[in-house]
Design a binder for this molecule. Structure first.
Ligand SMILES: NC(=O)C1=CN([C@@H]2O[C@H](COP(=O)(O)OP(=O)(O)OC[C@H]3O[C@@H](n4cnc5c(N)ncnc54)[C@H](OP(=O)(O)O)[C@@H]3O)[C@@H](O)[C@H]2O)C=CC1
Ligand SMILES: O=C([O-])CC(=O)C(=O)O
Length: 369
């Protein structure tokens, strides 16, 4: 374990080792909130090779805080004791300028959870400051082509803040995690149609990772056929399906007492795998990305979930040939309005002047119900 607070050393790759000869170059993956619940599931998946591949050695750089440093040492000990062959280095620290050095992937999970009675604007401000600071640190020390996935809520606006504070890194490289919403939507459609989950494809989540998100049943497919041909119950699609996906996170919190951790970790794995593997022909995936230049007419300069395809090189392109109808467009506009309002609330953190907070009252994070 190597730590910028109490240093000790890690393993190094033995170049004479036959097994490692065919391996790729070490990839540096930074994870914030590394002592939290989501990370506790995610880190072991990253170390096992199931995310980046069985020929991809990995260095894990874990960011914590003074609050969590003991716990983080424990996490690093567990990772080391798991003897993952591909895990070549584990380092922990509390300074993002140290932990993010040369990071090629940054998985930004750490954020303050919203407490009872806390205004959404206050959460935007507190967490926004974390992401402004981390954006600056990435800008200063990370790889110039680092891919950043923001998970900590409110993730779309946190991603916007982060990219605005990292002008030397392409804005295209920043993602807000909406893959959990995509997975939840696929699950609901599969259950309703009585098919296996993998028969559902082309599932777009449009918009914010909040209760205004829009699960798109117009373009989604089941067994290669439009959902509306397979599920004829339009009322269910428009009302129950949409609400169930939008509020899934909140229902889970009510039942389990805390927010999804295991399924979120799985969805982070899916999100990375979708960028490092070619997208299957004809399909796409959802991720929250920077809207400037989008072909749909969504406001520029926000982070919005949209359908994407990848060649497997870590990059992506927006899918152009998607259908739009009034039902879909009206809902997309509502999520867009929410994100524009969130953006006005954090203007002081994006370098765009004084903040003015007029958030629509009826919109929430998935976990707030
Ligand atoms: N986009 C999505 O789909 C989803 C997003 N989420 C979001 O992911 C985030 C992390 O969730 P989870 O791992 O379950 O949360 P945990 O509470 O288990 O861990 C979060 C970590 O955030 C860090 N943190 C940073 N700043 C603060 C602060 N001011 N106060 C308290 N903790 C802070 C803490 O680490 P440290 O002390 O080391 O900084 C803590 O370990 C949350 O924002 C959650 O809402 C959750 C589910 C789905
Ligand atoms: O609000 C939360 O922390 C939980 C969340 O994002 C989700 O489950 O989608």
């Amino acid at each position: 374990m190597a730590c910028d607070c109490s240093a000790s050393s890690a393993y190094s790759i033995n170049t004479k080792d036959e097994k490692t000869k065919s391996w790729k170059k070490l990839v540096n993956v930074a994870v914030s909130g590394a002592a939290g619940m989501i990370s506790n599931h995610l880190l072991f998946k990253l170390a096992s090779g199931e995310v980046f591949g069985q020929d991809q050695p990995i260095a894990l750089k874990l960011l914590g805080s003074e609050r969590s440093i003991q716990a983080l040492e424990g996490v690093a000990m567990e990772l080391e004791d798991s003897l993952y062959p591909l895990l070549r280095e584990v380092s922990i620290g509390i300074d993002p300028y140290v932990v993010f050095e040369d990071a090629e992937w940054a998985l930004l999970i750490g954020a303050k959870p919203r407490g009872p009675g806390m205004e959404r604007s206050a959460l935007l401000d507190i967490n926004g400051q974390i992401f402004a600071e981390q954006g600056k640190a990435l800008n200063a020390v990370a790889s110039r082509n680092v891919k950043v996935i923001v998970v900590g809520n409110p993730c779309n606006t946190n991603a916007l803040i982060c990219l605005k504070n990292a002008p030397n890194i392409p804005a295209k490289n920043f993602h807000a995690l909406t893959r959990l919403d995509e997975n939840r939507a696929k699950c609901q459609l599969a259950l309703k149609a009585g098919v296996f989950y993998d028969k559902v494809s082309n599932m777009t989540i449009w918009g914010n990772h909040s209760t205004t998100q829009v699960p798109d049943f117009l373009n989604a497919k089941i067994n290669g056929r439009p959902v509306k041909e397979v599920i004829k119950d339009t009322k269910w699609l428009e009302e129950e399906f949409t609400k169930t996906v939008q509020k899934r996170g909140g229902v889970l919190i009510q039942k389990w007492g805390r927010s999804s951790a295991a399924s979120t970790a799985v969805s982070i794995v899916d999100a990375i795998r979708s960028l490092v593997n070619p997208t299957p022909e004809g399909d796409w995936f959802s991720t929250g990305v920077y809207t400037t230049g989008n072909p749909y007419g969504i406001s520029e300069d926000i982070v919005f979930s949209m359908p994407c395809r990848s060649k497997g090189d870590g990059d992506y392109e927006l899918v152009k040939d998607v259908a739009m109808d009034d039902f879909l467009w009206e809902r997309i506009k509502k999520s867009e309005a929410e994100l524009l309002a969130e953006k006005r609330c954090v203007a002081h953190l994006t370098g765009e002047g004084n903040a003015f907070c007029d958030l629509p009252g009826d919109t929430m994070l998935p976990g707030e119900m």
